[in-house]
Design a binder for this molecule. Structure first.
Ligand code: FMN
Length: 190
């Protein structure tokens, strides 16, 4: 099972999360649940039943997590994410906040990796224009970087390409699928 877990203050991330869930449902037989992190931010343990987490978090308040993810963040330290596959996406404003563009991707990405998760869905920085980001490591974003303020016309194409990338990366990790779902390796149909 896949969880698309998002936090969103002005609904940009919420809309993208919904599109990602729809795209995954159209392309796989895996059940996909759409979860607002505000509904689980006092106890993240219900998320452990999902073998893939697709985390959506915009950067807010100059280099901070969105409010609900900010509240949930300390609880990640209580979770063992060995065997969990995590993909991240975020919204940011590269012209308005060029020194903290997409920092949330890196804050959450480093934390889930520290807890044992495997990260998929890294995204190239080519074509973006910013000075600094905690969301970048080894020349790649930790996940999909979206920008409503400056490049909203690119959002749909980026989402489609990223979802296809996720499905092919997931297909390359059948051991994760087998371990987490008795239905076996035929669940993913990229
Ligand atoms: C007060 C404020 C602070 C922000 N800080 C950042 C930031 O540090 N880095 C960034 O990339 N975007 C920043 N943004 C842009 C938001 O990430 C962007 O508006 C995003 O689309 C909001 O997503 P949401 O609608 O899902 O809450 C900021 C926006 C506001 C209004």
């Amino acid at each position: 099972m896949i969880a698309v877990v998002y936090g969103s203050s002005t609904d940009n991330t919420k809309g993208a999360a919904s599109l990602i869930a729809d795209m995954l449902r159209a392309k796989t037989t895996v059940p996909v649940d759409l979860i607002d992190v505000a509904t689980v931010k006092r106890d993240l343990r219900p998320l452990l039943r999902y073998w893939v987490w697709i985390i959506g978090c915009p950067t807010w308040n100059i280099g901070e997590l969105q409010d609900d993810w900010y509240d949930a963040f300390p609880l990640l330290d209580q979770l063992d994410l060995q065997g969990t596959i995590v993909a991240l996406f975020g919204f940011g404003d590269q012209q308005g906040y060029p020194d903290t563009f997409q920092d949330a991707l890196g804050i959450l990405g480093r934390k889930v990796r520290e807890r044992g998760a495997m990260i998929i869905g890294r995204w190239p920085i080519d074509g973006y224009d910013f000075f600094h980001s905690l969301g970048v490591e080894d020349g790649m974003f930790f996940g999909l970087a979206l920008d409503y303020e400056n490049e909203d016309e690119k959002t749909i194409a980026r989402l489609q390409a990223w979802v296809d990338q996720l499905l092919s990366e997931l297909a390359a990790h059948p051991e994760g699928i087998v371990r987490r779902d008795v239905s076996g390796t035929h669940l993913i149909h990229p």
